[in-house]
Design a protein around this ligand. Structure first.
Ligand code: UTP
Length: 471
């Protein structure tokens, strides 16, 4: 057996002050690869921080009190009201930034997608209602179309995790980077956080030579962008604004000129796109203004009284629901990546498979563990002039979260939403679509209803499922 680089004694010295030396219980049985793996995982952990999280000593926030003081955030509404500039001004400003090469794209695709139950990375899920294009392809086609329209190469930073990295890289390589230039795409991996036993706070082991680790949440994007040189790459390219989306929303308008324009005209460091909540206790993050700062209060932390509060005109005070679409300044991300406590951790109670003291596998059927995750939207309170842009769900939000059979957020609902939106574009351009057929428009054919209207012939009629594409 070759010698492992780190000795058991060294590791014991790191672990014992935190009472976590138990993770060395199988050390003597491990080969050098197993020892190296475990030692590398231990080296990545900030044990002082973990102690605080386990003891619950990290700064906890009184969301109920915050919610009681919360007001509607500074925003522009879907009808264009609320801002000192017009929607047309915003589009023009956003287009100028795109054409000047000041915009980059970030896609977060590191989640484990447990609810969907798809055994590959979620980005590889076929979502095109007619084309069966994957989620990754949806966004790649948009970036190609944007690149062609504004004559630029938009850099694309794609975040993966241990759970999705290898397959995602293989998929991009096998598919010629989905039509993008390889140097335009930078795939980078987010960090991990260990899961601990909910009762004892002890680190759980996934196997004898590995801790039970999971991705550190989409808030891990900040550190991962910085660590992997993406922020430097953006700086080198002259990119000032990053358009951020999550992989599971095929209607996400990546690099939307209007959203980027509103962000710039508001002199905002971080702007978030929202949809109007349909009812007070809807299960979304509530974007609110608290003590002069934009914050997101999760539905689970929102008391009913605050959820029901209305403004003078009878509208919900907390009307803005988070959809995970943001524009963030590169400078701001650079600043935040330097500050270790910039983003708090959130706890989640989960079922985590592990090996017990004796090395037997345990697959719990009730939550046994605490996981820790950071959320990207916790950047909002630190951002200067954080701003909110309302969009219509039919144009911007169709999340793919749940397996078929669920009542919301399934792939078939998302496909219908894509087809309904594109049907509307065709009809507004004077075309006709038979009821009950599916339609889909590739952004390389038309990025907007206006572009479509210039392309389709008079008396355009669709009688069976139809895909308008560029070929
Ligand atoms: P969700 O919070 O919906 O999680 O992620 P998920 O992993 O996709 O699904 P479940 O909860 O296991 O069913 C929202 C977005 O954030 C990304 C996901 O890939 C998705 O695009 N994400 C989430 C990450 O990139 N990393 C994470 O650690 C967590």
């Amino acid at each position: 057996m070759t010698e492992s680089k780190v000795s058991k004694q060294d590791l014991h010295a790191i672990l014992a002050p935190h009472d976590q030396q138990d993770v060395l219980r199988f050390w003597d049985d491990l080969d050098s690869a197993g020892r190296d793996q475990l030692a590398a995982q231990i080296a990545e952990i900030d044990f002082d921080e973990l102690d605080q999280l386990i003891a619950g000593q990290d700064a906890k926030r009184d969301f109920a009190a915050m919610a009681a003081r919360a007001m509607s955030p500074p925003s522009v509404k879907a009808d264009g009201s609320g801002a000192a500039w017009s929607a047309a001004d915003a589009i023009q400003r956003g287009e100028a930034a795109l054409a000047a090469g000041q915009v980059g794209a970030v896609l977060v695709a590191g989640g484990q997608g447990t609810r969907l139950g798809f055994d590959q990375p979620k980005g590889m899920f076929p979502i095109g209602p007619v084309s069966n294009r994957t989620l990754f392809q949806f966004f790649a086609d948009r970036l190609i179309a944007i690149g062609q329209k504004y004559d630029v190469e938009v850099p694309w930073y794609v975040m993966t995790s241990d759970a999705t990295d290898a397959e995602t890289r293989q998929y991009f390589e096998d598919n010629d980077f989905l039509g993008l230039k390889p140097e335009q795409v930078r795939i980078f991996k987010q960090g991990t956080m260990p899961a601990v036993d909910a009762a004892s706070g002890k680190l759980l082991m996934a196997s004898k030579d590995s801790l039970a680790l999971s991705p550190d949440g989409h808030g891990g994007t900040v550190r991962a962008l910085q660590r992997n040189g993406c922020l430097d790459d953006a700086d080198r390219r002259g990119v000032r604004y990053l358009a951020y989306i999550q992989v599971d929303n095929p209607l996400a308008n990546l690099c939307d000129p209007a959203l980027i324009g509103h962000h710039i005209l508001a002199s905002s460091e971080m702007t978030t796109q929202v949809v109007r909540k349909r009812y007070p206790m809807e299960k979304v993050g509530n974007v609110a203004l608290v003590d002069g700062r934009v914050e997101i209060i999760e539905y689970s932390d929102l008391p009913e009284s605050a959820a029901n509060a209305t403004t003078d005109d009878g509208q919900l005070q907390l009307w803005a629901g988070n959809i995970g679409v943001h524009v963030i300044n590169v400078d701001f991300l650079n600043r935040m990546s330097q500050s270790s406590g910039a983003l708090p951790f959130h706890r989640a109670s989960k079922k985590v498979a592990h090996v017990d003291q004796a090395g037997n596998s345990v697959d719990p059927d009730v939550p046994n563990a605490t996981k820790f995750e950071r959320f990207i939207f916790d950047l909002l309170p630190a951002a200067e002039n954080a701003f909110v842009v309302e969009s219509l769900p039919s144009e911007a939000f169709a999340p793919v979260k749940n397996a078929e059979g669920a009542t919301s957020d399934t792939a078939s609902l998302a496909k219908t939403a894509v087809s309904d939106l594109h049907r509307g574009w065709i009809e507004s351009a004077g075309g006709r679509v038979d009821p009950d057929v599916l339609v889909e428009i590739n952004p390389r054919y038309a990025l907007s209803p206006g572009e479509l209207a210039k392309k389709i012939p008079a008396n355009f009629e669709i009688r069976s499922d139809h895909y308008l594409t560029f070929e």
